[in-house]
Design a protein around this ligand. Sequence first.
Ligand SMILES: [Fe+2]
Ligand SMILES: [Fe+2]
Length: 251
Amino acid sequence: MELFNNGQHVCLAFRDLVTGGEAVQANQFLVFDHDHAALIDPGGELTYSRLFLAISDYMNVKNLDYVIASHQDPDIVASLNKWLVGTEAKVVVPELWERFIPHFTRPGKISNRLIAMPDQGMNLQLGSINLKALPAHFLHAEGNFQFYDPVSKILFSGDVGANLCPETELDEPAKKLSDLLPYMDGFHKRYMNSNKVCRFWANMVRQLDISMIVPQHGRAMVGKAIEQFIDYMENLDCGVDLFTQENYQIP
Ligand SMILES: [Fe+2]
Ligand SMILES: [Fe+2]
């Protein structure tokens, strides 16, 4: 699905490469700018071959600049070794997980192919743009990033905003948050770490001009849903906020 296209700059979402019901639905993203390209959150073993083929429709996949992993989960990075072997891309990962990622790869494969994102985030040069890696730590992973594209104004929000909606609705961005809440509330209450970090995140992203929030699972958000979702996060009690001694009893 094309999220944005002005001829020089294109954002694509791949939504249905994981099928069969056992694995969680996941989106993968490609950002092109002036013949340069970044793949965001490539996914697990299940997506590699089909994603490689799908990208081939648009470019010579060997020329990918970056394969970016927002955090260390299997639905994000399990295919990393295949991308290292199959392309010349640099692999971009949170600094916090830098020493864990080589466990997904063969010895020696990763040296001088790795860019570690420092905790405070960074600008990644891609063609004529700087793709912004924004800190999203503890939402949910301890070291975690989101990506903001200044041309399309899309925020690729990773697991923040994830909604496990019916597959028939995937291509339709939500205009109001109430359409997504039944599919996201339980996930955010458990997987997001605490209200404190949700508020820091809300304060940070309110400074951005956002046209669309696109999570790694489920539907995108546009229009009023963007502001409504940021308000939702700001007010969310979640993770350790909700845990008590009751949750720590010897079974
Ligand atoms: Fe995750
Ligand atoms: Fe995920």
